[in-house]
Write a protein that binds this ligand. Sequence first.
Ligand SMILES: [Mg+2]
Length: 256
Amino acid sequence: MAQLLLEGHPIGTIQGVLFDKDGTLSHSEPHLLDLAERRISAAVDLWSEIRGTPTKDLRQILSRAFGLQDGALNPGGTLAVAARQDNLTSTATVFCLLGCSWAEGLALAERCFNSVDQKLLGQLEPSPLLDHAATMLRNLHAGGVQLAVISNDTRLGIKNFLDHHAVSDLFNSSWSADDTPRKPDPQAVHQLCRRLNLEPEHCALVGDAETDLTMAHQAGIGCVIGYQGGWTLPPVLPSAPHLLNSWRDLDLSANP
Ligand SMILES: [Mg+2]
């Protein structure tokens, strides 16, 4: 067991920490803003091609659906929090609002997302680690704490991110959008804890989304921490018993 310190104050005795990835370990906002713009442009172009007329409503509604706000991303919005499939469903719904059937809307959304994925294939470097995250991860690992990622990115996306930043060796396991059930189902936490051979009450979970934190509470996680330092607009996290703004502020006690 290790004593977790937040800004030097003890907040829990733990054996493992589960980390969300996007907006928690990863500085995801620039990449997600680029992805939103590409998907919106692809949707607008496709709509013009099929219907023969552009629609400014489509750009506006999709921007709102993805959570774009004055050039920044709502950290609690669909693009920041939800998996690709959820964003695809949102996009299909937007096409339905403009008069498509569900089958048409889904087919258009799939064409948009696939065309953007195709263009980005092999081009995209993983997002940077947030400041001081690498040092914090090494300190926790050195203190005997098991580390895991719980994310709605794909298994490959998580692996590429950890490999790119040379921190894979610090992590014992992960839970991705390829695992069932996906987060925010509390069973995702239970099954990840089982992989680590730890009880949820002996783990901390750090996330930047309210859905992460409510999932952690429902799963019986012992120490729930909201991370606010990863976005231009700090996420609103009413379920967080503890709030963290910089990875510099999380450490282990030297005297457990
Ligand atoms: Mg996140």
